[in-house]
Ligand binder design. Structure first.
Ligand SMILES: [Zn+2]
Length: 121
């Protein structure tokens, strides 16, 4: 190795290390950006699922509201449909939003689902 080559190697060594450092930094940024993209995609998927659930809840709420507007309390014992005249258990509708027929028995109404009997006054 000549003196010129040794001097050239001493000068070039820091340059090579700077280039390698720049390449590593660019690679690290690319990895971090890729990780961020994955995090954004996961977040978008989570938000889409949340929106889907909220849309279903909204539809259920609207159905519940529509049904509720058709009901009136009848003899302090049951809900009665204004449109059909059918009677439904108050506890089941208020508790779980389900329309369960309440059967008239002697002095009141009975629900076979929640096993409640309510006197009609
Ligand atoms: Zn019931």
């Amino acid at each position: 190795m000549t003196t010129f080559q040794i001097i050239l190697a001493i000068i070039a060594l820091p340059l090579v290390s700077v280039v390698i450092e720049k390449l590593l930094m660019a690679f690290w940024k690319w990895i971090r950006r890729d990780r961020k993209v994955k995090e954004f995609i996961e977040r978008i998927v989570q938000l889409e699922e949340k929106i889907k659930i909220q849309e279903q809840e909204l539809v259920q709420h609207k159905d519940h509201k529509r049904i509720q507007e058709d009901l009136e309390i009848y003899r302090q014992a049951v809900y009665k449909s204004k449109s059909t005249g059918e009677t439904y258990c108050i506890a089941c509708f208020d508790g779980s939003g389900k329309l369960i027929h309440a059967v008239h028995q002697n002095t009141g109404y009975y629900c076979g689902i929640c096993d409640k009997f309510r006197c009609s006054y």
